[in-house]
Design a binder for this molecule. Structure first.
Ligand code: FES
Length: 118
């Protein structure tokens, strides 16, 4: 089937997601939770894309192309949404804490790491 991603006309086989189809054509879509040996579950939402004619944004790692589908992987709206999503993810997960020598005695670290491993 034919799909258009960022203006590029591509051939999609229907067994690969939009994310996989884009990657095969060197089109970058940010992702965190996608892994080739795991089933897609759309957890991080960083891979969101716009699909012409559809409301809202969809995760490209768990959405399959359809004939004639037009996908946009980059726009001001997508960048703004990804930034917000990443901010939310980081607000619940320690980042600098992982290398901090004070973490074993830090109440904030203990509280945050407990939330992130649930
Ligand atoms: S890569 Fe995480 S939701 Fe798609």
């Amino acid at each position: 089937m034919k799909v258009i991603i960022d203006g590029k006309k591509l051939e999609a086989d229907g067994h690969k997601t939009i994310l996989e189809t884009a990657r095969e054509s060197d089109i970058f879509i940010p992702s965190l939770c996608d892994h080739p040996q795991l089933l897609p579950f759309g957890g991080c939402r960083l891979c969101i894309v716009e699909i012409k004619g559809r409301k809202g944004l969809v995760p490209s790692c768990s959405t399959y192309p359809e004939e004639g589908m037009e996908v946009k992987t980059d726009s001001a709206n997508l960048r703004r949404m990804r930034k917000q999503i990443l901010g939310l993810i980081l607000s619940e997960h320690p980042d600098a804490c992982l290398i901090c020598s004070e973490k074993e005695n830090c109440d904030e670290y203990k509280s945050t790491i407990r939330r992130s491993i649930r």
